[in-house]
Design a protein around this ligand. Sequence first.
Ligand SMILES: C[S@@+](CC[C@H](N)C(=O)[O-])C[C@H]1O[C@@H](n2cnc3c(N)ncnc32)[C@H](O)[C@@H]1O
Length: 305
Amino acid sequence: MDDAGHLPVLLDEVLELLAPACGEHGQTTGKRVIVDCTVGLGGHAEALLGSAGSDATLIGIDLDESNLLKTKERLVRFGRRVRLFEADFADTEAVMAEAGVTSADVVLADLGMASTQVDDSLRGFSFQADGPLDMRYRLEGRTAADLVNTLGESELADLIYRNGQDRHSRRIARAIVRARKRERIERTEQLARIVAGAAPRTGVRWKIHPATRTFQALRIAVNGELKSLQRLLEKMPGLMSVGGRAAVISFHSLEDRLVKRAFAAAAEAGTHRLLNKKPITGGAVEIYRNPRSRSAKLRAIERIQ
Ligand SMILES: C[S@@+](CC[C@H](N)C(=O)[O-])C[C@H]1O[C@@H](n2cnc3c(N)ncnc32)[C@H](O)[C@@H]1O
């Protein structure tokens, strides 16, 4: 954990891949624009700006107002070179237009949750500590509790299967519907207990808690994560300047599949090249220092025409 409460994953690898497009070593090819689509606590943003030419600017986007406030303080020394926007990264093109920018030299998206969100029990992302079943990055719209208490049984099962890839989705949905007839499901621990109770007893120790996939499924649904990612990926190649580089860090196979497909399509079109054919993952030391990086996969492309 760094001072901001979130350790940026694969930081060295991100810097190495994106530095050539950052204008480091005093390159004089004009002002560089860095767009961090998930600025979070500003860890990657600070390092990218630090390695970029002194006139490089950064546009930072996040849905979470509280993270943006912390990042504003963290990046204060860069002054007017940093502009932060509370927005969905699906709307990156519109944000760039608002900032008066038409193309970016560096684009980064580090998907999912920041540690500050996971560790804050009031945000309801985790069942490690009890809290309200919320899970929203931006505090508006439906919460996870709303979904769990209102969706029909088969809708819930489909959601848990599709977004959580949990083969026990039907049993879990049935247990949720049975439990909510007794009382509304409002708390993370309450839901985790219901899901664990629905897991088949095999006598073998769980590799991951049985509620892990249900929580992932709900978080993806509450925030429309895959739709936003798809919209970002459709626009991303066109938002990059020639010679510009983009990287996406994903944390599960549903995200990685979308990134892999979008980057392959850009490479096939001949406008971009893949900077790595296989995704880059964390080494043993990073995973030890930062367990969140265990499932991280980094893919990057460069615009060539
Ligand atoms: C893993 S964290 C990023 C951490 C950041 N790279 C750093 O070094 O501090 C992901 C961030 O993306 C934000 N986020 C998630 N979905 C988003 C979306 N659709 N649009 C904008 N921000 C989003 C979350 O609120 C969270 O702050």
